[in-house]
Design a protein. Structure first.
Length: 191
């Protein structure tokens, strides 16, 4: 098993590149995108996660294999000059269009984030999407929000490094992936 942990200050996904996430006969690709941002001052956090969603969709990842967590408080925010739309570049296209509401508002928690990664059957029984990966699958995780040494912020709570590391090690033990890439975009993400 390969575990690739990528800590990044910013994420850039090439829209016009060859399909880097194409589905292989031996396995599937699973994607978890999470914006921990809340409020208008964190617009860029959610806009970048929405852009990542549009990018992986264009790469051919099936909707059933993409899980999105976002507070979802920007598109109709009274400060938004383009009501119902979110852009991540000046005069850019709407990156919010079609973004699923898998986990929004109070559901954007560290507990749910970890449960999604492990494919928690309780969430699935509630009709929620989870990562149902196996030993031949690729898993891509992109998390963006604020952070500090040893933790990242969610709208109401923190995800601590030891909790995340424990979950990733357990996924490895349980053979939940052949490859895993984790992009973490937060202050102090490398500490």
């Amino acid at each position: 098993m390969k575990l690739v942990l990528c800590l990044a200050l910013s994420v850039v996904l090439a829209v016009n590149a060859s399909p880097v996430f194409e589905q292989e006969a031996q396995g599937q690709t699973w994607v978890l995108l999470c914006s921990g941002g809340i409020g208008w001052s964190n617009y860029a956090i959610s806009a970048n996660v929405y852009h990542a969603y549009q990018t992986v969709k264009k790469q051919g990842i099936p909707e059933k294999n993409i899980v999105v967590m976002h507070y979802d408080d920007l598109a109709l925010n009274k400060a938004n000059p383009t009501q119902g739309k979110i852009v991540n570049a000046l005069d850019g296209e709407d990156v919010y269009a079609g973004v699923p509401k898998d986990y929004v508002g109070a559901d954007v928690t560290p507990k749910n984030f970890l449960a999604i990664l492990r494919g928690d059957p309780t969430l699935k029984a509630q009709g929620k999407k989870v990562i149902e990966s196996g030993p031949n699958d690729k898993v891509f995780v992109y998390f963006m929000d604020h952070g500090s040494v040893g933790s990242v912020l969610f709208p109401k709570g923190y995800l601590y490094a030891d909790e995340l590391n424990t979950q990733l090690k357990q996924m490895n033990t349980d053979k939940k992936f052949a490859q895993l890439v984790f992009y973490l975009e937060a202050c102090d993400s490398g500490k």
